[in-house]
Design a protein around this ligand. Structure first.
Ligand SMILES: Nc1ncnc2c1ncn2[C@@H]1O[C@H](COP(=O)(O)OP(=O)(O)O)[C@@H](O)[C@H]1O
Ligand SMILES: C=C(OP(=O)(O)O)C(=O)O
Ligand SMILES: [Mn+2]
Length: 532
């Protein structure tokens, strides 16, 4: 049976997907919650949130993500970073998945990725779980109801957690799979309930498609000065570095928290919602995000709560440290209603340095910015990927290697052109450790990071006195109003200075060793910015 609103000429049957049980098209939030409760997928929480747990998979499974190796993508995919799947393996996977789906109920959400209509693509999300429908409806962009009657999808994502892949038959690594087929315009996800796979697969898709249109796709958050979209800032960062936290700034307008494009027209959010971490979330440090945890429709994933009062426990990470809430952009009071901004005036590279070596803020030349963008030094945050249990230093190029189908230079060159053309000021911000490495020191206070960003974004920090960092060659401010000057110099925060020097020189070598792979592909000015 077909229930809900859909283009009568573009039902699943029209895509060759037949024999399912009931198919629910484009249900709105209340109906999705009702369906999810009826299916026993979770519980309604305080304020009308929806509370779910996702079982074994509470973070992404990057090693199970595959790109189908067809001739048309052979030369453009960065195969060292993207696990291949044969077209035959994919075809069998699709066939087996469709057979498995027969008789089961599914939820279809016809959505869009990209706030700029010029670059938007239509993505139909077909989910076995009603709450995945609710999640992705929050996260992507919702077309007007009337537009649904003529909606056609550019790409279709099918997410079926009850299906297990067969590595032999489907040419994949395990029984969990995220398979992207750019030729067939299909993405198949199986055997994981972690909601983040839905949004990050669409992100990966846009990272593949947009560079050909001259648009730089970016793993970054974005905001702009209150009521002044021209004064935009973007914050690149791998998971857990602070994109979501720092872009929700009460003094600025939020454009988006995770995925953006930069075209000749400026910046635009790919999404229509946010996906925040809730571990140790406090009303004091992050009031806007905290407030969404008691709003109607917010999806609360893998949080422990009191079974009698339904009160959330923000400290209890026993299910995972990667506990989350998902909500539409409108849930943040000062979010932009267009999700568009100008060309970024400031570009922030967020890094979570678990070694406690990098300063809390440094100003970068364009060449240094390119060097750090390609290096992507940071730490993986516990829980965000399977198997990561403590902050794990890594070089994740473009601050988002798991989502980059193309070679890093493809993104690096686009970014570099845009920085040169629009003259953005670039900053490196360490939201990681201070006063010692992970285990000895402590995480950078959010308040200090915010104060430094405020000074960078309002232009006042440019007037500060800077010192040149002896290890990394970038400019580090010596004093900033409202921030303890000791904090600005990481060496000064370590009790054991010799230990700092040893750790810093170890990090310099790591940078230098990692960067060797890029040397054949880059220009002399970026080479000159290389460390070590
Ligand atoms: N100085 C800091 N800056 C930003 N976030 C911090 C800082 N100190 C601690 N945190 C915590 O780190 C996490 C950052 O996560 P998040 O903003 O979701 O990152 P991302 O969006 O980049 O994945 C949050 O849980 C936040 O509370
Ligand atoms: C959804 C994710 O992104 P982020 O942590 O960058 O918000 C993720 O890494 O699973
Ligand atoms: Mn985030």
């Amino acid at each position: 049976m077909t229930i809900g609103r859909v283009n009568p000429n573009f039902r699943l049957e029209d895509q060759g997907i037949e024999g399912l049980g009931d198919v629910y098209y484009n249900l709105m939030e209340p109906a999705l919650i009702e369906a999810a409760v009826k299916n026993d997928e979770g519980h309604i929480g305080q304020g009308g949130t929806f509370l779910v747990t996702t079982g074994k998979f509470t973070g992404r499974s990057p090693k199970d993500k595959h790109v189908v190796r067809t001739p048309s993508v052979e030369d453009t995919i960065w195969w060292e970073n993207n696990a291949p799947m044969s077209p035959e393996g994919f075809d069998r996977l699709y066939e087996d998945m469709l057979a498995h789906m027969k008789g089961r109920d599914f939820y279809v959400q016809d959505l869009t990725g990209g706030a700029d209509p010029e670059y938007a693509i239509n993505v139909r999300m077909v989910t076995e779980l009603a709450w995945h429908g609710l999640f992705i409806r929050h996260l992507l962009r919702r077309p007007d109801r009337d537009a649904l009657d003529g909606y056609l999808a550019d790409f279709t994502v099918i997410n079926c957690p009850s299906f297990k892949a067969d590595p032999e038959r489907h040419d994949c690594r395990s029984d969990t799979v995220i398979a992207m087929n750019f030729d067939r315009k299909l993405i198949l996800i199986a055997n994981t309930e972690y909601a983040g796979e839905n949004k990050k697969s669409v992100f990966t898709l846009l990272n593949y498609l947009l560079p050909e249109k001259g648009v730089m796709p970016m793993h970054c958050s974005a905001n702009h000065a209150m009521d002044n979209p021209v004064d935009a800032a973007i914050f690149f960062g791998l998971s857990g570095t602070g994109k979501t936290t720092l872009s929700a700034d009460p003094a600025r307008t939020l454009i988006g928290d995770d995925e953006h494009g930069w075209s000749d027209r400026g910046t635009f959010n790919f999404e229509g919602g946010c996906y925040a971490k809730t571990i140790n979330l406090s009303a004091e440090a992050e009031p806007e995000i905290y407030a969404t945890c008691s709003m109607f429709g917010t999806v609360i994933e893998n949080m422990v709560y009191d079974e009698e009062t339904f009160e959330l426990d923000f400290e209890d990470s026993s299910l995972t440290e990667n506990m989350r809430c998902a909500y539409p952009l409108e849930a943040i009071s000062n979010a932009s209603d267009t999700a568009l901004g100008g060309h970024p005036k400031n570009i922030i590279l967020l890094t979570c340095d678990a070694y406690g070596v990098l300063p809390p803020i440094a100003r970068l030349t364009p060449a240094q910015a390119m060097y750090h963008f390609l290096s992507g030094f940071t730490s993986k945050t516990p829980g965000t990927e399977r198997g990561v249990v403590e902050p794990e230093p890594t070089f994740s190029t473009c601050f988002g290697a798991p989502f980059m189908p193309r070679r890093p230079e493809a993104y690096g060159n686009l970014l570099r052109e845009k920085i040169a053309k629009h003259g953005a000021t670039c900053w490196l911000v360490n939201t990681g450790w201070t006063g010692g490495a992970f285990g000895t020191g402590s995480r950078m206070p959010i308040k200090a990071t915010r104060a430094l960003l405020t000074a960078a974004l309002d232009g006042s920090l440019n007037e500060a006195t800077f010192r040149k960092d002896p290890n990394f060659g970038f400019d580090v401010p010596v004093t900033v109003a409202g921030v303890d000057a000791t904090l600005l110099d990481p060496r000064a925060t370590w009790a054991d200075k010799a230990a700092y020097d040893a750790q810093a020189s170890k990090l310099v070598s790591m940078f230098s060793e990692n960067f060797e792979q890029y040397l054949p592909h880059i220009d002399d000015d970026v080479k000159a910015a290389a460390i070590g």
